[in-house]
Design a protein around this ligand. Structure first.
Ligand SMILES: NC(=O)c1ccc[n+]([C@@H]2O[C@H](COP(=O)([O-])OP(=O)(O)OC[C@H]3O[C@@H](n4cnc5c(N)ncnc54)[C@H](OP(=O)(O)O)[C@@H]3O)[C@@H](O)[C@H]2O)c1
Length: 303
């Protein structure tokens, strides 16, 4: 019999019902991504500054975060993780498992949720490193992208073996504060990384090229860039808000014997579709290799 369970849940926008009151979160490795999530949680009202603690490697970075965000910061991961309801690991992939091992003695509460935003590191790997902890802990692997910095992220979430529905909701609420979320099976996470985490870089190249095209036909550079960027934003919103297939939306722009069809022909000849399809594929393959590459690198560094 065919399994009717959908692989991907419905994408949802910010949900004001989800709340985090009275809970504490530790962000270990509060760099660019960690800070974006913390800012999102604070600015959306999902969490208050006193609910958030963060760690960094450098004391100066910890101090800057403390001054700017009014949260408690430290360079001691164990201290920051102690008594947290949610521990979010936002260090580089090669450090996720060592940091998990480091904080394991502090993970004494059975309800503590571990979230990693690192590429490539699986929930099974994290669960393996948590095997010595007294209670099986809920683990979630999350993959946001850089539009998190302006509250427009796309975050995919995958659950581990012991993750409860309530913990998934909690994580979804957290990431809704930086944009949209979608729940996926973990087998899709490297593909998600290749598409939506690397994707902004691909689209920046598209925007840059569209603007270059505008300059080529006589537009001032600044104007060309604004037209190109808003065109990409508008087209993306049309796909999301109308629910129409992009091919149908494309057809609606393309009048017979008009100018758009000539442009489309150039794109087909230039291999835009194939190039983007291959770009996502290559990035997804590399995403699958990052964790092990990083781990062997850190092992080499230790020797
Ligand atoms: N940036 C993205 O677009 C993006 C998107 C999705 C997922 N991710 C994932 O997010 C993670 C972080 O990426 P990022 O771009 O935010 O990197 P980042 O800016 O370099 O941040 C890493 C942070 O980890 C800290 N750190 C280093 N060693 C540490 C240790 N032993 N204990 C605690 N903290 C430590 C660093 O502290 P210092 O600042 O003091 O050096 C830094 O603040 C990666 O795993 C990446 O795969 C990133």
């Amino acid at each position: 019999m065919k399994d009717e369970t959908p692989e991907i849940s419905e994408v949802e926008r910010r949900d004001p019902r989800t709340h985090f009151s009275g809970k504490k979160i530790a962000v270990l490795g509060c760099g660019k991504l960690g800070e974006a999530v913390v800012r999102g949680m604070l600015e959306s009202g999902f969490a208050q500054p006193e609910q958030i603690q963060a760690s960094t490697r450098r004391p100066a970075r910890a101090e800057a975060l403390r001054n700017n965000l009014k949260i408690v910061t430290a360079t001691d991961n164990r201290r920051v993780a102690a008594n947290a309801d949610v521990v979010m690991l936002a260090v580089k992939p090669n450090l996720v498992l060592p940091v998990l091992q480091e904080i394991a003695p502090e993970l004494t509460q059975p309800h503590t949720l571990i979230i990693s935003v690192a590429a490539s590191i699986s929930t099974a790997q994290m669960e393996h490193y948590l095997a010595g902890v007294q209670h099986p802990l809920g683990v979630i692997r999350a993959m946001p992208n850089t539009p998190a910095f302006i509250g427009e992220a796309m975050t995919a979430l995958a659950r581990g073996l012991h993750t409860s529905d309530a913990q998934m909701e909690l994580a979804r609420g957290m990431f809704l504060s930086i944009g949209r979320t979608v729940v996926v099976e973990e087998k899709h996470m490297d593909a998600v990384t290749g598409l939506s985490a690397s994707g902004p870089a691909f689209i920046y190249m598209v925007i840059e090229s569209l603007a270059e095209g505008g300059v080529r036909v006589g537009l001032p550079r600044e104007l060309a860039l604004e037209l190109a960027a808003q065109t990409v934003v508008g087209a993306g919103c049309m796909v999301l808000q109308t629910g129409e297939h992009p091919a149908k939306l494309k057809d609606a722009v393309t009048t017979p014997a008009g100018c758009t069809v000539d442009g489309l022909l150039e794109l087909e000849e230039g291999g835009l579709r194939v190039a983007l399809i291959k770009a996502v594929g290559r990035a997804a393959i590399r995403a699958g290799q990052l964790g092990s590459a990083g781990l062997s690198q850190s092992a080499t560094e230790k020797r």
